[in-house]
Every structure is written in structure tokens, then in C-alpha cells.
Design a protein around this ligand. Structure first.
Ligand code: ZN
Length: 200
């Protein structure tokens, strides 16, 4: 009896210790990121891991991901959500934020404001897909705006500055965006029903 009690208590200690040391590599709240849609609908999009790259005169860290794409390329919502902000600022230019109602918020910055070259004559009509209002529902993959270089990106190559925040804090999402890009390419290059043609 005493021996079996000892075995049981040793087992309990082992189970307890394992539960303490168990550190899930993938926390539950990150599941959201595994489902995101690539934010630009253009096959010539390109990006690299520029998270926390030094910007400006070196005293500013880049807290997002820049996706370069031809000016005017469609920007889509990475997931279902509600429009949180549609605005303009001298730094961000035209930008839009979507609240995914689960702690996650996606922010799309430097939207297009040009009709020709860098004329800034397009205004918000060139930037946003429609006259979005706070609280409007948008679906995953819905077109929300267009790639440009408004704000302090004027004169740089057109790109979407994508920022994804969790509970208000910008997150390093490079590997998830890369996965969404690979999914995007796969769907573009091998749309449904053409897959079978490739094996002949
Ligand atoms: Zn950026």
C-alpha cells in the first residue's frame, strides 16, 4: 500500500513538472494569423522581413511589413472584421484599420492618392475601394483600398505598410504573411480544377 502510494505521488510530481515545463510553441491567440489572407492581390508583390529595421535617421524602428506592388494594386482585408478607422495623416497618408474583434487589428498604410505620377490629386477616392464608415463589416479578401505611396512614403516605391496589432501592440507577423503569400501564389497559379491537368 505504502509502495503504491509512493509510486502515485512520484507520478503526480512528474505530471506536475511536465505541465510546468510545457511551453506551447504556438499560443492559441496566434491561430488567427495562420488563417490570414495575403493583403495585396498582385502576383508581382514582393517583401522581405523588415520587422524592426532601422528607419529614418536610425532612431525609428519599423514596426510593420512593407509589401511592394505596382501602384493601384488591390489591397484586401486579411480577415473578417469591422472598419475601425478610415483616415489621413501627413505621416501615414491614407490609411484604414480593421478590427477583427478578437484582440487583433490590421492596419493598411500609404494608400494611393495619385492619378498621374505623384500628383496627390486622387484623394481618398483613389485610396479606398468605397466610402467606408466606422463599423462597416468587411469580409476576408474583400477589396478595401489600393497600393500607393501617400504620406511620408511619397517618392518611395509604392508599397503597402501592413501593421498587425494584438491588444494594441504591433506584432512580428513575417512568417505568417509569408505563408499567406505562398497560399496566394498556389491559388493563383493552380486554381481549382486545373490541378488534375498537371499530372498528364
Ligand atoms: Zn512600412
Amino acid at each position: 500500500m505504502r509502495k503504491s502510494n509512493r509510486i502515485i505521488s512520484i507520478l503526480l510530481i512528474i505530471i506536475f513538472a511536465t505541465s510546468l515545463s510545457h511551453n506551447p510553441a504556438h499560443a492559441k491567440h496566434l491561430d488567427f494569423l495562420t488563417e490570414i489572407k495575403f493583403p495585396v492581390d498582385h502576383i508581382k508583390s514582393h517583401f522581405y522581413d523588415d520587422w524592426k529595421e532601422k528607419r529614418g535617421s536610425g532612431n525609428r524602428l519599423h514596426l510593420g511589413l512593407d509589401v511592394r506592388a505596382p501602384k493601384g494594386s488591390k489591397i484586401v482585408s486579411i480577415a473578417d472584421g469591422e472598419i475601425n478607422t478610415v483616415s489621413y495623416s501627413p505621416l501615414s497618408g491614407y490609411y484604414i484599420a480593421i478590427d477583427h474583434m478578437n484582440g487583433w487589428l490590421s492596419l493598411y498604410v500609404h494608400l494611393d492618392d495619385d492619378i498621374i505620377g505623384n500628383d496627390n490629386a486622387g484623394g481618398k477616392k483613389a485610396a479606398f475601394a468605397k466610402d467606408f464608415k466606422k463599423g462597416d463589416f468587411v469580409r476576408r479578401g474583400e477589396v478595401i483600398g489600393f497600393v500607393g505611396n501617400s504620406g511620408n512614403a511619397e517618392g518611395t516605391v509604392p508599397h503597402l505598410h501592413l501593421e498587425i496589432k494584438y491588444l494594441g501592440e504591433p506584432q512580428d507577423v513575417y512568417k505568417y504573411v509569408l505563408q499567406s503569400w505562398e497560399n496566394y501564389l498556389k491559388a493563383k497559379l493552380f486554381p481549382k480544377n486545373t490541378m488534375s491537368l498537371l499530372i498528364y
